[in-house]
Structures are given as C-alpha cells and as structure tokens.
Design a protein. Sequence first.
Length: 97
Amino acid sequence: KLQEFVAHAGPVNCLSIGRKSSAVMVTGGEDKKVNMWAIGKPNAILSLTGHQSPVECVTFDRAEENVVAGAASGTLKLWDIEEAKVVRTLTGHRSNC
C-alpha cells in the first residue's frame, strides 16, 4: 500500500527525491511553500517559506545540502537546508521571454 499524507495546504505542484540518499524528498505547492520529508514519515521535517507565488519546481543539489525552488513569479530561491534560510534569490525568469 502506498502512503498518503497531506503535504501542503493546496495542490502539490512538484516533487524531487534526493539522489544521494534516496531517503528524503522535497515538495513545492500552490501554498508557496517548500517542504522537506523523510521518505516513509508522515510529517514534514522542514518547511521553507518566502516565495510570493506558487512553487512550480524543486530539486536538491548533489550533496543534499541545498534545495533550489522555482516559483510562478519567475523567482528562483537557493535554500540552505541545515540553516533553513535563503542563500540566494534570482529574479527575472519569465515564461514568455
């Protein structure tokens, strides 16, 4: 049986599994949050806020120390997982360039 749990306050738009350990995953949602999970556990181990629009893509770096999240507004945020803070924000990405 697959595990089902509530990941966000609205629809989940994206998910990425850490390639290094295959033990964690990160999700992005319409609620503008990025949540990190230990696979097999029902509750998020970390919730990152700061995007002003829905999160549409997420990925880990190779070491699973950082997460990059892209939002509908065209903003990318690089998050330090251990510190749970934004390291860098990049703006200017648009779908109709």
